[in-house]
Ligand binder design. Structure first.
Ligand code: NAP
Length: 498
């Protein structure tokens, strides 16, 4: 192994507060260098069974701990994460490839989420409401569900885990977490932090291993009553089908085909900055990445010119180098998928203005790098304008009017994020009303969510749930209605009303 950043060569599962060795492992590869950095377990169904059994016992006690006391642990988690921010960020860059600046931003999201959800320990609001009958009290409260399963992707290995595990834990649940095999280091580090923060044994359990074995065992397990999943639509639809058959609650956050709209009155310099950041940041491997630019025909040529100029200044390389703005692609399969879409785009008749190829020479030889790519004259029906590519590829689609821009934005099956650059306040308000995505930005790119707002998408991006924000609590709690009759007689609702 090649790193001094980690204190181990092999990661262990974390089950019932113990670090459990697993015989079969696979190497984790740094996508910037091709080097193996640690080995990760390939656990079996038995590890899931152990984790669920421990979680089930521990949760019963945890649910009885007053929520403000549960919150003390989350505050402590936030404090430790803050102290270790730089270390965590470097490890994140090493396993995922995103540039250090973005890794720091992702870790900060986790810190923010810790303090925000700890605050929920003193809220977790329910409702009181008048009862229909005399001498009767009515209220609703949130109740924990029990053991929850969280399954996370490689592209935000720590932020997404905090969006899910913090609300689950503050609400009084126990968690079994399967991180992506590509990026397990953040899970190992977060489990250590939970342990140091004093979270009781069995409340967080990390089981490393493949989706088809560990993930599937979680989905099938009778004692896991909620699955919170973030990942691809293919996996999400499969999980939803399985959960549906078992009447198991499932929250899905999946893909996106996000667009920036540039109107003819836009500040073009600002629009260019927003497009570059949201299209090529994390090498386009964000669910909210800008993959389409819907541009008013009056400013199309000027926008193309300025984008091309600025794209020349993007430094591509190992994200550990502070000067680098675009890091590697997660793996060879990711590169192959992007290459496939470049060919599709060319064959469909879109014009390739920049990039369109893998980078393999010199410093790029051992990593997975792809040149930032710009297509223009794409049309709404093209596959490159409809399907998620998950790489540094953006397609310009010219339109003639505001109404057409909205229509093109809404033409895709996904509904995660959208953005509009304009100075016209009427267009701003119409856009925020008519764009059919779960997140809308005005005069900013398609990325940049804040943790105290609901995160997620409409249409094919999800199934109506949200990660982060107070709304995340809805995934991990059941509403319980409570009626207290203090009349001393049997009062029948709807019948004994005077
Ligand atoms: P993925 O292949 O669907 O994997 C996501 C997670 O599911 C991984 O932990 C994976 O495990 C696991 N998994 C795979 N097959 C499974 C199965 N049969 N049963 C249970 N779990 C299974 O997605 P990805 O490539 O990691 O992530 C990229 C996708 O995530 C993109 O589509 C992106 O848009 C989406 N995403 C969405 C959001 C959002 O909030 N909307 C945020 C980030 C990413 P292994 O990989 O370890 O096998």
């Amino acid at each position: 192994m090649t790193t001094t950043l980690l204190d181990v060569n092999v990661l262990n599962n974390y089950i019932n507060g113990e670090w459990i060795d697993v015989e079969r492992t696979t190497p984790v590869i740094n996508p910037a260098t091709g080097e193996a950095v640690v080995n990760v377990p390939l656990s079996t169904k038995e590890s899931v069974d152990d984790a669920v059994a421990a979680a089930k016992v521990a949760q019963k006690e945890w649910a009885l701990v007053p929520a403000p006391q549960r919150a003390e642990v989350l505050y402590q988690v936030g404090i430790i994460m803050k102290e270790r921010k730089e270390h965590l960020s470097k490890l994140l860059t090493m396993e995922n490839g995103k540039v250090l600046e973005e890794a720091r931003g992702e870790v900060q999201e986790g810190i923010d989420m810790a303090f925000y959800m700890a605050g929920e320990g003193r809220r977790l609001f329910g409702q009181t409401t008048p009862a229909e009958l005399k001498d009767k009290f009515a209220m609703s409260v949130r109740a924990p569900i029990g053991v929850v399963g969280i399954i996370t992707p490689w592209n935000f290995p720590i932020a997404i885990a905090t969006w899910k595990s913090f609300p689950a834990i503050i609400a009084g649940n126990a968690v079994v977490w399967k991180p992506a095999t590509e990026t397990p280091i953040m899970a190992y580090e977060l489990a250590k932090i939970y342990e140091e923060a004093g979270l009781p044994k069995g409340i967080i359990n990390v089981v490393f291993g493949s989706g088809s074995t560990v993930g599937d065992a979680m989905v099938q397990h009778n004692d896991i009553r909620v699955i919170s999943f973030t990942g691809s639509n293919e996996t999400g639809s499969h999980i939803a089908g399985e959960c549906g058959r078992q009447l198991k609650k499932v929250s899905l956050e999946m893909g996106g085909k996000n667009a920036v709209i540039v109107m003819d009155d836009a500040d073009l310099n600002l629009a260019v900055e927003g497009i570059l950041w949201s299209a090529f940041g994390t090498s386009g491997q964000r669910c909210t990445a800008c993959s389409r630019v819907i541009v008013h025909e009056n400013v199309k040529e000027e926008l193309e010119k300025r984008l091309l100029e600025e794209m020349r200044n993007l430094s591509i390389g190992n994200g550990m180098d502070e000067a680098v703005k675009v890091g590697p692609i997660i793996n060879e399969a990711g590169i192959e998928k992007i290459k496939k879409y470049i060919e599709i785009g060319k064959n469909e008749g879109a014009k390739l203005l920049a990039g369109g190829h893998e980078l393999t020479d010199g410093t790029y030889a051992n990593g997975n790098y792809f040149a930032p790519t710009l297509f223009t004259d794409a049309t709404v029906d093209m596959r490159i304008a409809q399907e998620e590519i998950f790489g540094p590829v953006v397609s310009l689609i010219p339109v003639k009017s505001f109404e057409e821009a909205i229509e093109v934005n809404n033409s895709v099956t996904y509904g995660l994020s959208s953005s509009i650059f304009t100075k016209d306040v009427n267009q701003v308000f119409k856009a925020q009303r008519d764009l059919d995505t779960g997140i809308v930005y005005v005069n900013a790119g398609t990325t940049g969510a804040e943790i105290h707002l609901p995160f997620g998408g409409s249409k094919g991006t999800g199934n109506g749930h949200r990660d982060s924000g107070v709304q995340a609590l809805d995934v991990f709690t059941e509403w319980k209605a409570i009626y207290v009759d203090y009349s001393g007689k049997l009062q029948r609702a709807q019948i004994d009303v005077d």
